[in-house]
Ligand binder design. Structure first.
Ligand code: TMP
Length: 207
């Protein structure tokens, strides 16, 4: 597979979407053929699955349904958007990917991590990020920053979100080459500067 697959990860309110979009615009402006996607979402069907997953009224959803819906959404976006873009030698920036499932359903909900990785490989056909930016922010800061109505996942308690963050730190410790931990700075431009430096070094992009 040619192309370059870059994912962004982090707990609630870490500024991941803003930062990943800033990087997308930067790479586009530098002439790189770049695609921006988010998970769950990124295709018509995946966006519909996203609505089901995040609707706070679906409080009765079981952990197994939740896991498989995230995976179904992923199967669709990999097949419709990620794989074709990588085959066309593009840079794909994705706001969340399999590490989210390992952190939120694995470490957060206590589901079997090996099983998650197994299903993850099945749905992605083995596509893995070349590089992952983990934006790290203490849970209290992230959760308090949100003004809109909280979704089904955001409503989970503090201990849950702590497990998610600790889970990410474990993922990063296990795969330090792929996963770069970037501490979120109050100044968005500072955080973006650190991300760009990291990407340019790791992915050997010429700017
Ligand atoms: P977002 O708000 O960052 O777009 O992500 C949607 C929510 O879904 C967020 O709370 C994290 C959660 N999530 C999972 O629990 N498992 C997953 O596999 C993914 C991709 C997201």
């Amino acid at each position: 597979m040619k192309g370059m697959f870059i994912t962004f990860e982090g707990s609630e309110g870490c500024g991941k979407s803003t930062q990943s979009r800033m990087l997308y615009r930067f790479l586009k402006a530098k002439g790189y053929d770049t695609v921006y996607l988010r998970e769950p979402g990124g295709t018509k069907i995946s966006e519909k699955i996203r609505k089901i997953l995040l609707d706070y009224k679906n409080e009765g959803m079981t952990a197994v349904s939740e896991l498989l819906l995230y995976m179904a959404s992923r199967a669709q976006v990999v097949s419709e958007a990620i794989r074709p873009a990588l085959q066309q030698n593009k840079i794909v920036i994705c706001d969340r990917f399999l590490d989210s499932t390992i952190a939120y359903q694995g470490y957060g909900l206590g589901m079997d991590i090996n099983l998650i990785k197994y299903i993850g490989t099945f749905v992605s056909g083995g596509i893995e990020p070349n590089m992952t930016i983990f934006l790290d922010l203490p849970v209290t800061k992230g959760l308090n920053g949100r003004s809109r109505v909280k979704d089904r996942i955001e409503r989970r308690n503090f201990a849950y979100h702590q497990r998610v963050r600790q889970g990410y730190l474990k993922i990063a410790a296990l795969e330090p080459k792929r996963v770069k931990i970037i501490k979120v700075n109050r100044d968005k431009a500072v955080t973006q500067g650190k991300i760009r430096k990291s990407i340019l070094e790791q992915c050997h992009l010429k700017i």
